[in-house]
Design a protein around this ligand. Structure first.
Ligand code: FAD
Length: 367
């Protein structure tokens, strides 16, 4: 069977859904999303700042739809550069609270909104083959059926895998090989967690803790891939004893039972140089990935998803200025982000001999 579309989006995370909803809501283009996962496993990236609400309102998703399902987040706390835990209350940002997301439900909500806007969502669907011969021909298998999708335009929203960015051998700038080892726990009865994120630096990296909806909590250790290998934290005992070496995270860790799951996530920083006149673009992590210290991932995925929809619309109108300024702005934002990230990491200077902190002491823009 063959189906014809104006735009096919690969990946139904926040970027792909935002691109699809924008196209569905604000254009007459015929749009499909291909999403390989069923959203029935852990999905990383859960803390969002209050600015998310404005972007979601543009997509037709209002605050009450989120606040009944996800946990309000009231503060960020960090022991970074010293042992003192400094708390920054979101109350003083003037925008109210952020959220601790249940990512499965959040991503499902966005794809449901895309469907409501007339977008065809193929989920779960696996890619068999992609050809780019003028238009795009994308062969998929969904619900046991083979399907050929013909599309005039394609948006790569496949996350860090960046299927099309790789296929097209785009120039990319990759910064590091940061990795996150996440442990997910049930919160035992009687333990009350404050609704805030907690960061704490250690000799070889930093810890991150966030409460999750459904009486769960995630504790993550963030370091470089080679350093993590040497630490051997993959069993519950070594994980626990390493975590108990912290001052603040240990206060919660000591009350938790065995983790429900351990997950490794690649969290390196990277930016791609996107084409301007070709009939494809990319958004979200497929285009730019940020260190989670920046808390920019989901917000960036949604805003770049929205902009990539404008780039696609520009392509059909013969207006390539949108693509030009989008591609340029990704590079500019990445440069600003590198400066900001350098500022964060150099605020910690208690371990001058640590490889992890040494690697981050150099200004990336001066290399
Ligand atoms: C450990 C970790 C912690 C993070 N913490 C935060 C945080 O606290 N706050 C924050 O804002 N951001 C955070 N982020 C970043 C944030 O999760 C990402 O930036 C965001 O999810 C990117 O959205 P996306 O839609 O671009 O990609 P994803 O969310 O990765 O979605 C891509 C989708 O594409 C699908 N896909 C991939 N390949 C194919 C294929 N071949 N065919 C079909 N579908 C495909 C995948 O199944 C996936 O659903 C974190 C990331 C990680 C890894």
């Amino acid at each position: 069977m063959t189906e014809n579309f104006d735009v096919v989006i690969i990946g139904g995370g926040p970027a792909g859904a935002a691109a699809a909803i924008t196209l569905g809501r604000y254009t007459k283009l015929k749009v499909a999303i291909i999403e390989k996962a069923e959203f029935d496993d852990y999905r990383a990236g859960e803390s969002v700042s209050p600015s998310i609400f404005t972007m979601l309102a543009y997509l037709g998703i209002e605050r009450p739809q989120l606040e009944n399902v996800h946990l309000p987040s009231y503060a960020h706390a960090a022991a970074w550069g010293s042992t003192e835990l400094i708390v920054r209350d979101l109350l003083f940002t003037g925008q109210g609270n952020g959220l601790h997301l249940d990512r499965q439900k959040f991503d499902t909500l966005l794809l449901t909104e895309a469907t409501n806007r007339g977008v065809i969502v193929y989920q779960p669907a696996s890619l068999v083959e992609i050809n780019h011969d003028g238009d795009w021909q994308i062969e998929i298998i969904t619900n046991g059926n083979e399907l050929l999708l013909n599309s005039r335009y394609l948006i790569d929203c496949s996350g860090k895998i960046a299927v099309i960015v790789k296929m097209k051998q785009c120039r990319v700038h990759k910064e590091d090989s940061l990795i996150g080892l996440y442990a997910y726990y049930n919160v035992p009865d009687g333990l009350v967690l404050e609704q805030k994120t907690v960061l704490e630096t250690t000799l070889n990296g930093w810890y991150y803790m966030t409460p999750l909806p459904g009486k769960k909590v995630a504790i993550a250790f963030i370091t470089d891939a080679d350093i993590l290998k040497g630490l051997d934290l993959n069993n519950p005992d070594s994980w626990l004893s390493h975590g108990m070496g912290t001052l603040h995270i240990a206060q919660t860790l000591r009350h938790l039972n065995t983790p429900l799951a351990f997950k490794h996530y690649a969290i390196h920083s990277r930016v791609a140089l996107l084409p301007v006149k070709d009939n494809w673009t990319a958004a979200g992590d497929a285009a730019t990935c940020y260190d989670p210290i920046s808390s920019m991932g989901i917000g960036n995925a949604i805003s770049s998803g929205i902009t990539s929809a404008r780039v696609a619309e520009g392509f059909f109108n013969g207006n390539f200025e949108v693509a030009q300024s989008y591609s340029r702005s990704l590079l500019d934002h990445f440069e600003t982000y590198l400066k900001m990230r350098h500022g964060f990491y150099t605020a910690e200077n208690r371990w001058p001999d640590s490889l992890f902190w040494q690697r981050r002491s150099k200004n990336p823009l001066e290399r």
